[in-house]
Design a protein around this ligand. Structure first.
Ligand SMILES: O=C(O)CCC(=O)C(=O)O
Ligand SMILES: [Fe+2]
Length: 247
């Protein structure tokens, strides 16, 4: 296997019995070196057109991610943290393929989950499947469109915002005889960054919920047995314990 990673679920995923799914990850897709090293891995003889296309896609998605994140920080009144946060983030692109099914009946291809990322942008290529749980508790099927993106808040942004922004539960349902492709672009903190709630987001009404954490350690916990068991892996990993005094 060539596309590997020391972070769980960040390299090639596939060959899972009973699950016709494969995905490849382009790490640091916004950097020339990132797309080049992925291209050289897959095509040692070179593939400049793939490299240029994916790199340009990655850079444009980074601009979209920044635009959305800036709006979110503005709405929380903490936009002064935007530039520093930009310097602390990196961006990966996952290209996923969900195999065609013989039956038309919709089947869960990816069970309900929240992403570990800061922000995820999903583009579905022609075949529908992504569903997002709304605030009213309804599953909303997102129609595929080549020029619209679904923005999902990930657990890192939930943590950094002291729970003001919530990671969105979503899943993928597939059915029918068409292979489904999707591109999943995610921002997340660089390995050496400690994610810390800005002090402006902590006050009496909003006591600190999460202690500082690092992304790779959190991701490893999230995919561990204990992480998989918990309803809220971020809280289980770095949640502040509330001690009731004199109850
Ligand atoms: O394929 C999709 O539409 C979304 C996939 C997803 O949610 C994920 O890989 O985390
Ligand atoms: Fe996801």
């Amino acid at each position: 296997m060539r596309n590997t990673s020391n972070k769980a679920y960040h390299g090639y995923i596939g060959q899972v019995p009973g699950f016709d799914y494969e995905a490849l990850s382009v790490v640091d897709v916004h950097l020339v070196e990132g797309t080049r090293s992925f291209t050289e891995l897959m095509w040692p003889e070179g593939n400049p057109s793939f490299c240029d296309t994916v790199h340009s896609f990655g850079r444009q998605l980074r601009e979209l991610e920044k635009m959305v994140r800036r709006m979110l920080l503005e709405s929380l009144g903490v936009v002064e943290h935007f530039d520093r946060q930009n310097s602390e983030l990196t961006f990966d692109l996952r290209l996923a393929k969900y195999g065609a099914l013989t039956s038309q009946e919709a089947t869960v291809a990816l069970p309900p989950h929240v992403d570990v990322s800061t922000i995820t942008l999903v583009v579905q290529h022609k075949v529908a499947g992504l569903q997002v749980l709304t605030a009213d508790g309804e599953w909303l099927a997102v129609p595929p469109s080549p020029n619209s993106y679904t923005v999902l808040i990930g657990q890192v942004l939930q943590g950094w915002s002291n729970g003001r922004l919530r990671a969105k539960l979503h899943c993928v349902m597939v059915g029918g005889d068409e292979t489904r492709y999707s591109a999943i672009f995610a921002s997340h903190p660089k390995d050496d960054v400690m994610v810390q709630v800005p002090e402006e987001l902590v006050d009496e009404q909003h006591p600190l919920i999460y202690k500082p954490f690092s992304y790779p350690s959190f991701v490893n916990f999230h995919h561990s047995e204990d992480g998989a068991k918990s309803d809220d892996s971020l809280k289980a990993y770095c949640g502040v314990q509330v001690v009731e005094v004199g109850a």
